[in-house]
Design a protein around this ligand. Structure first.
Ligand code: SF4
Length: 467
């Protein structure tokens, strides 16, 4: 049995949304009439493993609990599925959550497109899940493997064994072969630490041998949670604190990357550019601008190499964390919380508009972007309309039959959008003005202080001479 094909109406909805999204990105709109193409859900933070570098608070937060709220949340999600290219679900360990099965069934009930993608530690992929992943609308599965040898892997993925995970990956491959399906595609994720970075070449070999088509290398995040839970580990493993290791990682990456780029469709990188540049290295060979984590955005790139003049994520992505926080990018600060407002409202809420506007102006850090991974973008304002494709500007068709309430609503929605955008643009200008004013005041105060010092010393001289 091959993967089911999507119906025509469904494809038209998806296509129309993608074209609208593309034109809004190139026109640098902050209020979006297009819906997100990529929805990321961190269902919970509970996990069957105990990885020392895990940055999540293990407090039991779960988007599907309590059950009644979980059901309502699932209903809200249903309205977004027709527009999505990807529904990315992760945990903790997603296959350990009771409600995940229902989400899979919801998706299968409304669409035949393979839009489900999961991130998993790979330990719970039994034969039943392996078959489901091939039969149901899964597009990809990312398996976290933070070592190139069983020993290092077991040390960092506490509670798991590398052979077990690779055997589970093989189950999926077996079902793909059996059902003659190209999906789900398998990719892998490697978190870079001091104790595992020398194994990157082995890891890449291993990923290649086990059928992974893409790999991602990302520097570890040490935050309040893992630094408190594992203070010694955090101190020992944070590569940025050890210039000698950064130099070694730099040389190793330069050596291995060209080879890896031949083996995999894409080698995604995140955090290395900021790390290397901070230590004074030329990081242009990484091509992180093209190979960063920009899901479902290929049509928004403005160069043949696939780079993005303006980071596309807030024009494509909604990401919901296990505590309900809603982000426009998995690396950025939240712009709302689903327990306060519906997801579609947050998508165009004032903080969301402000974030997009600030990013267009190049104020990435002020917009809440990640200083660890994306500081290299700061100050790069985006020029409007660098479209490689002809922009698609949708005009509502209002005929005799369709006039009435829907037409009025469309008109009012258009007005609201313009008002929102104007309001946010004013707010951004006001912030800029306040910043300039502050710096003028600071400079003026420093100037007066210098003058006062000079007057004081001159007076002291006069007094001394007159004595
Ligand atoms: S943090 Fe900001 S610049 Fe970085 S990927 Fe996310 S939206 Fe883009």
């Amino acid at each position: 049995m091959s993967a089911p094909q999507p119906a025509g109406g469904e494809l038209r909805t998806l296509e129309a949304n993608l074209r609208l999204s593309q034109s809004e990105y190139f026109l640098r709109r902050s209020y979006l009439r297009s819906m997100p193409r990529m929805l990321g859900l961190v269902l919970g933070n509970a996990c069957n493993l105990d990885c020392p570098h895990c940055y999540q608070e293990k407090n039991g937060d779960n988007l599907l609990h309590p059950v009644q709220i979980g059901q309502q949340f699932r209903r809200e999600l249903l309205s977004l599925y027709p527009y999505l290219s990807t529904l990315r679900v992760q945990g903790g360990e997603v296959l350990a959550y009771r409600g995940f099965r229902e989400i899979v069934e919801d998706v299968a009930a409304v669409t035949r497109r393979p839009l489900l993608s999961i991130s998993t530690n790979g330990t719970l992929i039994d034969d039943e899940w392996a078959e489901k992943m091939v039969r149901l609308p899964f597009s990809s599965a990312t398996v976290s493997i933070d070592g190139g040898t069983p020993e290092t892997y077991a040390k960092l993925r506490r509670g798991s064994e590398l052979p077990l995970v690779l055997a589970n990956v093989a189950r999926i491959r077996k079902w793909k072969e059996k059902l003659n399906s190209a999906r789900p595609e398998l990719d892998s994720f490697f978190v870079i630490l001091r104790s595992n970075f020398r194994e990157i070449p082995q890891y890449l070999e291993l990923a290649r041998e086990n059928g992974f088509v893409d790999v991602a290398l990302q520097t570890a995040e040490f935050n309040r949670v893992n630094s408190t839970r594992e203070p010694v580990f955090a101190e020992q493993e944070a590569i940025a604190n050890y210039p000698g290791d950064v130099a070694e990682l730099y040389a190793l990456t330069r050596d291995v990357l060209p080879r890896a780029r031949e083996w995999f469709r894409i080698v995604r990188l995140s955090g290395l550019q900021s790390l290397f540049e901070k230590h004074g290295y030329d990081a242009s060979f990484l091509r992180e601008r093209e190979n960063g984590l920009y899901p479902d955005s290929a049509d928004l790139s403005t160069s043949a190499e696939g780079s993005f003049e303006l980071c596309p994520n807030p024009w494509t992505t909604l990401f919901v964390a296990e505590n309900g926080n809603v982000h426009l990018c998995f690396l950025a600060e939240p712009v709302g919380n689903l327990y306060e407002a519906p997801l579609v409202e947050i998508w165009n809420s004032p903080p969301a508009l402000a974030k997009r506007l600030r990013m267009i102006r190049g104020a990435y850090m002020a917009s809440g972007c990640s200083s660890r991974w994306c500081a290299w973008r700061e100050g790069q304002a985006a020029s409007p309309m660098k479209a490689k494709a002809e922009p698609y500007i949708p005009v509502p068709v209002i005929s005799e039959d369709s006039a009435g309430l829907p037409a009025v609503r469309r008109m009012l929605a258009g007005n609201n959008r313009r008002l929102h955008e104007a309001e946010q643009a004013l707010r951004a200008m006001d912030e800029e003005f306040q910043r300039m004013r502050r710096s003028i005041l600071v400079r003026a105060a420093a100037h007066v202080a210098r003058k006062w010092e000079r007057v004081k010393s001159r007076m002291a001289g006069i007094i001394a001479r007159s004595r």
